[in-house]
Design a protein around this ligand. Structure first.
Ligand code: NI
Length: 170
């Protein structure tokens, strides 16, 4: 069984995740579970907060358009360079059926550790660059609703609140 994805407004989504100091058995199990959960949910990425954990880890599927997913894990990720700007619609597994337009960098360079405690450098563009920025936001307690700026998106959030999550304050 994969983990349950935490939905807004669970407070864990607003917490800042803590750097991983040692890649223990528990961390490896968490990574396995997060990967399985992301693939089952057909997501492009998933951050630890979204399964109720506050370790600084996210997974992304680097082949989102292929039948076979290629998950990559990033432990203690840091965006060290970014370039360009693209405005696109974006969703989040913690906000089912909500899509808002977000201005993100087009290209990012990330430093992280993989599950073998090796330093990795990941350079990406387009959808995956967007996913990386989205997941790093999660690890800092930042959510898609924090990026809403247009009236259209404010309306989308209101509708979502009314129809999908009645009673939830956004
Ligand atoms: Ni998300």
């Amino acid at each position: 069984m994969s983990q349950k994805i935490v939905l807004y407004p669970d407070p864990v989504l607003r917490k800042k995740a803590t750097p991983v100091s040692r890649i223990s058995r528990e961390i490896l199990d968490l990574i396995d579970e997060m990967t399985r959960t992301m693939v089952e949910a057909d997501g492009v990425g998933l951050a630890a907060n979204q399964v109720g954990s506050l370790h600084r880890i996210f997974v992304i599927n680097t082949t989102p358009h292929d039948a076979t997913p290629t998950p990559v894990v990033m432990i203690n990720p840091e965006i060290i360079d970014q370039e360009g700007s693209v405005i696109e619609q974006e969703g989040c597994l913690s906000f089912p059926n909500l899509y808002v337009t977000i201005d993100r960098a087009d290209r990012v360079t990330v430093h992280a550790k993989n599950a073998f405690n090796e330093a990795i450098v990941y350079e990406t563009t387009g959808l995956l660059a967007r996913a990386v920025q989205h997941e790093v936001d999660h690890l800092n307690g930042v959510l898609i609703i924090d990026h809403v700026s247009t009236d259209e998106d404010k309306e989308a959030v209101e509708q979502w609140q009314k129809n999908v999550r009645p009673g939830v304050e956004v």
